[in-house]
Design a binder for this molecule. Structure first.
Ligand code: PMP
Length: 427
């Protein structure tokens, strides 16, 4: 039998860190990753046949659970007509129509192949449209691995302690201004000094790459007002929150209208897909309608569009998000109660089907609080859960995800396992 260990040993000789994306390597939690052989509903099975209840969900896309028959059938049907055309195809039009219908701030959209591409393209458009060069991002927010974003970045960059990556030229990093998340006074001060040079402000409207930190009440509204007052574009990076915290994303949940929005993850149903969109007059500046260049050989790929469309159909079911939110609340409340029972300082956050678990007694609202939480305890908790068949994100700085395939029974089982693991942490 192929073992996880054998595969990882081979992988490490062949791929940097043995993986194709850093956080997968378990470097921050220690130990070795498992290699998934198949996935179905709320579960993953590794190559050794062990089953895990999965709260990573391919880092977000699997909001209806793994291997959903409607998504799989749509992909198989599309693949029978060819894998890529190099011409426009009808599914791209249906996809654009669906996004425009579901997200009122978007009049026009461009499909790309990843969240990274979506954010890189959106800031190019912001710069092209405003004629300004500076962008503003938030400490601990992750927007993919574009040069401009690997400055005080979250996710793997934060996990591995290199939030600003070597290889990002100083000239590029100098154009990225950073702010502490959830601190409106700092934003006012920054705009007072640099407002006239700022092309756009990009934010994860619920931060999901420094664990999960929701915006304080009124914070996003205040950022909207600041951007409008200074002629900067407000860019919502909804790669994680889009079609996850609500059908219309965080912008629907909080009632804010951004100028541009980036999507990824859920929108592709598990295929490599991203998108960016916004008001017509902005999007008409993108090539070939306008001068801001952006292109992609495989963008709008028919098989990927079929997966995404099937997914977007499923999540429009009545009460889909009410139900998901209730399941997520049941999970975080249950885990928090178990921690309390064992006297472990612990707090949780959640918005829609996204959640955070923190080893601290405080309610976490800032990057400083998130990074001050007890990472060593998280790592022990992670491994205790993993041993007992529950897969949480392998880093204290990632959000967790619940899917509609996580039944009450699966959530109850998870809470019972957490209770057992908390008991071991006390020892
Ligand atoms: N933005 C956010 C908010 C993300 O969470 C991610 C990925 N985790 C990205 C952008 C980058 O997306 P991708 O990994 O598809 O390039």
């Amino acid at each position: 039998m192929t073992t996880n260990h054998d595969l990882f040993a081979r992988a490490r000789q062949l791929m940097p860190g043995g993986v194709n994306s850093p956080v997968r390597a378990f470097k921050s939690v220690g130990g070795e990753p498992f290699f998934t052989a198949r996935a179905d509903g709320p579960y993953l099975w590794d190559v050794e046949g062990k089953r895990y209840i999965d709260y990573v969900g391919s880092w977000g896309p699997m909001i209806v659970g793994h291997n959903h028959p409607a998504v799989r059938d749509a992909v198989v049907a599309a693949a029978q007509h060819g894998l890529s055309f190099g011409t426009p195809g009808p599914a791209e039009v249906t996809m654009a129509q669906t996004i425009v219908k579901l997200v009122p701030s978007i009049d026009m959209v461009r499909m790309v192949n990843s969240g990274t591409e979506a954010t890189m393209s959106a800031i190019r458009l912001a710069r092209g449209a405003t004629g300004r060069n500076k962008i503003v991002k938030f400490e601990g927010c992750y927007h993919g691995h574009g040069d401009s974003f690997l400055v005080k970045a979250g996710s793997g960059a934060l996990t591995f302690g290199v939030p600003t990556s070597p290889g990002v030229p100083k000239a590029a990093a100098d154009l990225t201004l950073t702010l502490p998340y959830n601190d409106i006074n700092a934003a006012h001060a920054l705009f007072a000094e640099h407002g006239a040079d700022i092309a756009g402000l990009i934010i994860e409207p619920v931060a999901g790459n420094m664990n999960c930190i929701p915006p304080k009440e009124g914070y996003l509204e205040a950022l909207r007002e600041l951007c409008t007052a200074h002629g900067a574009l407000l860019i919502f990076d909804e790669v994680m929150t889009g079609f996850r915290v609500a059908l219309g994303g965080a912008q629907a949940h909080y009632g804010i209208t951004p100028d541009l929005t980036c999507f990824g993850k859920v929108i592709g149903g598990g295929m490599p897909v991203g998108a960016y969109g916004g008001r017509r007059e902005l999007m008409e500046q993108v090539a070939p309608a306008g001068p801001v260049y952006q292109a992609g050989t495989l963008s709008g790929n028919p098989v990927a569009m079929a997966a995404g469309l099937a997914m977007l159909e499923l999540i429009q079911a009545p009460r889909f998000y009410d139900d998901l939110t209730a399941r997520t609340a049941k999970l975080t409340d249950g885990i928090a109660a178990a921690a309390k029972k064992h006297g472990i300082p612990f707090s949780t956050t959640r918005v829609g089907a996204m959640f955070g678990l923190f080893f601290t007694g405080e309610t976490v609202e800032t990057y400083a609080q998130a990074t001050a939480a007890d990472v060593a305890s998280f790592n022990r908790f992670f491994h205790g859960m993993l041993e007992r068949g529950v897969f949480l994100a392998p880093s204290a700085f990632e959000a967790g995800f619940v899917s509609s395939a996580h039944s009450d029974a699966v959530i109850d089982e998870t809470i019972a396992i957490a209770d057992e693991v908390f008991a071991t942490l006390k020892a």
